[in-house]
Design a protein around this ligand. Structure first.
Ligand SMILES: [Zn+2]
Length: 322
């Protein structure tokens, strides 16, 4: 969904590794990339490690893998995809090629539709090739003395593409359609399937630590453009019954169980607003939506909010009564 072009470099925006406990690391994207790329969670038991999600920008994924190599105390047995958005899923191709023995865990629905994941990856790689070709074409129209810096950038982008163009996603080995307990060696976690943020969401709950790694379903500012609103709200009710001391989201800072009320109230407001104003177009719904939900900080937060709100109102209108 958030396609980053081949020429984009994010070297200055390194990910932050936070140690949450002796068994869990939370790897957070730089604030500037908060809405463009995903957070990861690394969970290590006595025998096995499990990683939730991969950074979606491939240069970022490569840097992530070099750091991950150093952090692993046990073999990486499992790679878990929280849902099929490209900023969580596509980097798995690099992780699978680096850790060929790791088993891929996905929601049953993603497993059944895995050809779409292959298509997503091919589309990304085609996008790189096209953006390089376009840059090259533009460069050739520049006066000769202005071409030099572009030549270097384009050569670097081509070298990256050469490295990546044969990447493939390997098929999942574990498809989840009900609550599933996994033992990493004296360390158990629960995988909880939902159809809420997308139609193939997985959350990971670690009861003994009161930790919920819920990816985009538990973002403070979630993307509701493909939401199943009623199932998402039901999921919040399920979570209310769990012992949770810390929530690790797919985007943004770690937060508390109480903060889950923020996305919940916003999603309810979207559904209610659409139901109350069936005559309004999406544009009108955006304009008439209660303004107190809008973030006060200008810039990225407000821009993302408006895009996400529009997508949510559009989705709620399209799926009304379902
Ligand atoms: Zn997502």
């Amino acid at each position: 969904m958030f396609l980053l072009l081949a020429l984009t470099t994010t070297v200055s925006h390194a990910q932050q590794w936070h140690s949450i406990s002796a068994h869990v690391d939370f790897i957070q994207q730089h604030e500037k990339l908060k809405y463009y790329d995903s957070n990861q969670v690394l969970i290590q038991g006595d025998e096995c490690a499990l990683l939730i999600d991969a950074p979606g920008e491939f240069s970022q994924t490569e840097r992530f893998i070099s750091k991950l190599d150093k952090q692993l105390k046990v073999p990486l047995c499992y790679l878990l995809v929280s849902h099929p958005h490209d900023d969580h899923l596509l980097g798995m191709a690099l992780l699978q090629s680096h850790y060929p023995d790791a088993k891929l865990i996905v929601h049953q629905h993603l497993n059944d539709q895995f050809h779409l994941a292959h298509a997503q990856l091919n589309e990304r790689l085609d996008g790189f090739a096209k953006s390089i070709a376009l840059s090259e074409h533009r460069m050739n129209n520049l006066p000769e003395q202005e071409q030099l810096p572009w030549q270097q950038k384009i050569a670097a982008a081509k070298a990256r593409l050469d490295k990546w163009q044969h990447l493939e996603l390997q098929s999942p080995q574990l498809a989840i359609n009900k609550k599933t307990t996994l033992d990493l060696g004296n360390y158990e976690l629960n995988i909880l399937p939902y159809a809420a943020h997308t139609d193939a969401d997985l959350m990971v709950y670690i009861e003994q630590e009161g930790l919920l790694a819920g990816a985009d379903m538990v973002d403070i500012q979630p993307y509701p453009g493909e939401a199943n609103f009623s199932q998402w709200l039901r999921a919040f009710d399920d979570l209310a019954a769990l012992d949770i001391t810390q929530v690790l989201p797919g985007h943004g800072d770690a937060h508390s169980k109480a903060s889950l009320n923020i996305p919940k109230v916003w999603l309810i407001a979207i559904v209610e607003h659409v139901n109350k104003h069936p005559e309004q177009s999406v544009e009108e719904l955006v304009a008439s939506f209660p303004t107190h939900f809008s973030p006060s900080e200008p810039g990225l937060e407000q821009r993302a909010y408006r895009v996400f709100l529009t997508a949510g109102l559009q989705r709620a209108k399209a799926t009304q009564g379902q």
